[in-house]
Ligand binder design. Sequence first.
Ligand code: SF4
Length: 445
Amino acid sequence: MATILPTPPKVGMVSLGCPKNLVDSERILTKLRADGYRMSPDYAGADVVLVNTCGFLDSAKEESLEAIGEAIAENGRVIVTGCMGKEAEAIRARFPQVLAVTGAHQYEEVVGAVHTAAPMPPSAFLDLVPERDLKLTPRHYSYLKISEGCNHRCSFCIIPALRGDLVSRRPDAILREAEKLVAAGTRELLVISQDTSAYGLDLRHATYPLKGGGEVRAHMTDLARELGKLGAWVRLHYVYPYPHVDQVIPLMAEGLVLPYLDIPFQHAAPNVLKAMKRPANEAKVLERLAKWRAICPDITIRSTFVVGFPGETEADFEYLLQWLDEAQLDRVGAFRFEPVEGAAANALPGHVPEEVKEERYARLMALTARISAEKLAAKVGRTLPVIIDAVDEDGGATGRSQADAPEIDGEVFLRDAHGLSVGDIVPVTIEDADEHDLYGVPAGR
Ligand code: SF4
């Protein structure tokens, strides 16, 4: 059975006025579509209705006001945008129930108003960031989205269909946001996207001037280097092993970027990777891992894998286990293949029975837990920097080492942590370890 994604909200649109306004409407709808919204052709099916107004002539204004009135009568949840946004007070006086009024060309505001009026339901298949992390309060770590969409077409994934091709943010804008976050107390920046290694491709890796002088290229390596100068931990997620990733490893060895790479390999067997249409699968990954470890011995490699992909044979799965044994990845997450509604992989032959998926999943988890336990045991006796996530009333604290991303990796449990605060980065002597977590004490206590 296919996994049904949560139903996205539907947006209705009434577009009035000139062709310029129509182009604005299209841009707003394109952005909303990219954000996952669906469109409603009628009032009844819409969760919120946008009225894009025209205020060029009095007759056009009257037509716009009538359209707002009709949308309120038919639906009730109305956002007004367009030229009449300049007359927000008059609109609110006549229609106090309108949810928001924004002006012409204010795409971000109107899209933001839709997100507020009809929020997208969270979905593990679409969202990079776990739902519980979407807090608006200041905190000691922050996600930094550097691009949206993806140029790949992995057969199990519907992100490109929903969010479109890669659109990178300008590097100077990303750095401005990162600076603000650090100034507001962020100690760790988590760089996210659908494909971090592809960052800047759509901008042709152009160079942009920086506020205080200098310039930055829209490229993963250059962005990582500039982010590293801000003084916070910088953690890279969703990196594919393209050749240029080699250039980031020295930044890790220098301490500018955390020695941590989250690379969703998904599988190792060539024919499964081919059926998955995975990017960069031709790279000799094991050799690359060895090279990276030679440059930066402390590097943590995290990855995720799918078991039971259509057509995966017992031999393919054995290949994967063998590969994992050689790769010695530090952190591994696994999923049993689920056909997500709309994904091309659903039509592939050779679907794997559920009980086989379960059995393979258990075998993979047992192997990776053993590798993880060995790797963590080797850390006992070392003193590692730890960022504090929570402090207990009884003097204990919970934190993470540089090898642990929040929510997805392990934790470090501290004893005798009196006087520490959330966000502190302190040296911790590791006293014990299990399959996933470390136990320690602030150094010198
Ligand atoms: S790389 Fe593949 S899995 Fe990741 S977002 Fe792009 S299409 Fe989806």
